[in-house]
Design a protein around this ligand. Sequence first.
Ligand code: GLV
Ligand code: GLV
Length: 329
Amino acid sequence: MGARFLVTTPIPEPGLRLLSDAGQVTVLPEPPDYATLSRLCASGNYDVVLTQLRDVVDADLLAHARVKGVSNYAVGYNNIDVDAATRHGIMVGNTPGVLTDATADIAMLLILGTARRVVEADTVVRAGKFLGWEPEFMLGRDVSGAVLGLAGFGRIARAVARRALGFGMEVLFAPRPPGDRPVDDGELGEFAGKVRQVPWPELVERSDFLSLHVPLNAQTHHLVDAAVLAGMKPGGILINTARGPVVDEAALVDALRAGVIAGAGLDVFEDEPRLAAGLAELPNTVLLPHVGSATVSVRAEMARLSALNAIAMAEGRLPLHAVNPPVRA
Ligand code: GLV
Ligand code: GLV
């Protein structure tokens, strides 16, 4: 009998075709709740489960799971307890690389959109309140010449740096906030002499736009809290395309209300899909529904990678993109 795959949420082609060519595929009609997913993983009926960011794959689920692998349809994997998976000999795969540019585009869109007040401006036009060109109407902030601070310096942060340099921004970065690690010119590569590393507190103080590109983990949970927001420039704008819980969202609402910072562009939220009370009423925000990777071609590539990862794990091979060290299944 071929491999047996459990797909928690339908994914685009070529994902399902690749999986059905390799074995037997069960696609759940709607995203499972925790108890359902836990039961299905423990049933012994599936070799690999293909999960989404909304599926919580924690230590308890993994302790009872009878699967060889978990293939996450995402680059981030904070929904999975990877250490527990490793302990139980369960492989974990993800989909890096293919969504880097698309996500960097969304970060740039949020930078431009908050700077030039795109949501407010669009609302004015649709409400019939555009009464003609005026010298002091809907004035925003300059992007050229502004300081962009990148929290993190992985693939997506670098892709944002590339774009920001094209827009004439000054680019600073802190590679592993709130801590630090040295980045030499070799690692900087194409960015040597063009972007500058600074300690995290300096990044916070100097940025006109502070853009988050860190994974969510114990070190980065609430990386941006009330104290960090208070350390930003009053004209500062926070951009988050990483993970919601990296920001204390209630503290952000307070800071935006009180004018501690000037604005925020968010593609992710602390308790998705819910928003912190008051956030949606603030005019100085651009709010997107977690669409960093949402282009037709990127989602198809993610489907292809997650299917190939799943097939490899079902066959006892290491996935193309392995999150945990080799484990014996
Ligand atoms: C999306 O947020 C991802 O991690 O792929
Ligand atoms: C994620 O792909 C990153 O490295 O930024």
